[in-house]
Design a protein around this ligand. Structure first.
Ligand SMILES: Nc1ncnc2c1ncn2[C@@H]1O[C@H](COP(=O)(O)OP(=O)(O)OP(=O)(O)O)[C@@H](O)[C@H]1O
Ligand SMILES: [Mg+2]
Length: 228
């Protein structure tokens, strides 16, 4: 099978005020369906940039990004947003729930954007909340939930559309160690039981230990890889 994501000699340079930062230098990486992989590395090593070039949020300056066999480099913005909406789930460090919508509405919104009808939206949202064991949160607003609860809702939002891959940028960075472990266990179960592919960045050694593959970045380069 084709890898779900393939990067070939990818480079990314940020230029600001005459200064150049080489955020990614010659990255070669293949992610197969079903992986549960961590991108590790110190602050500034390029983890966020790596995730952002995979979804086309950032353009590369060299090399190729291939999503399920399709090169995305030359894609126009409409095709890219379509790809993000239909095929990729996102989880961010700061949860990024819309504060004026309930948990249910935050998750439903993704399906609304895809044109799914009201009844099916409700059923699918409730099913995901049941599967994650968070039905009790359906009608809460973000400010009525703890960080760990908001991140569970963010995971519900990431998977409700059955994406090909979930990209998670430091999903546990704002959580205490108990909630971090709970979130990583939740992702692991979704990976094991539903075969959802996860690619997530982290600095946290505890979280890294739970990955099946760890890709270590330093100064924009892959310096080491581990499989478990
Ligand atoms: N929009 C931008 N403009 C200029 N430089 C940027 C931009 N985004 C990232 N960089 C730089 O690119 C490098 C890689 O940044 P990136 O955010 O990918 O690192 P990171 O590994 O995610 O770090 P952290 O662990 O702190 O989140 C850093 O030197 C950063 O300052
Ligand atoms: Mg980052």
């Amino acid at each position: 099978m084709k890898p779900i994501v393939e990067l070939v000699n990818v480079s990314k340079i940020f230029r600001s005020g005459g200064e150049e930062v080489h955020a990614l230098r010659g990255i070669d990486l293949k992610v197969e369906r079903g992986e549960f992989t961590a991108i590790a590395g110190p602050s500034g090593s390029g983890k966020t940039t790596l995730l952002n070039v995979i979804s086309g949020i950032e353009k590369v300056d060299g090399g190729k990004v291939i999503f399920d066999g399709i090169p995305i480099n030359g894609m126009d913005e409409n095709a890219l947003s379509d790809l993000r909406l239909h095929r990729i789930g996102f989880v961010f460090q700061a949860y990024n729930l819309i504060p004026t919508l309930t948990a249910r509405e935050n998750v439903e919104f993704i399906l609304f954007l895809r044109g799914v009808g009201e009844k099916e939206r409700r059923e699918r949202v409730e099913k995901v909340f049941r599967e994650l064991g968070i039905e009790n949160l359906l009608d809460r607003f973000p400010h009525q939930m703890s960080g760990g609860q908001q991140q569970r809702v963010a995971i519900a939002r990431a998977i409700v559309g059955e994406p090909d891959i979930v990209l998670a940028d430091e999903p546990t960075a704002n959580l205490d160690s108990r909630n971090s472990m709970a979130i990583i266990e939740l992702m692991k179960n979704l990976n094991r039981e539903k075969g959802i592919t996860f690619l997530f960045s982290t600095h946290d050694p505890l979280i890294m230990e739970n990955a099946r593959r760890i890709v270590y970045l330093r100064d924009g380069e892959i310096v080491k890889e581990e499989w478990k």
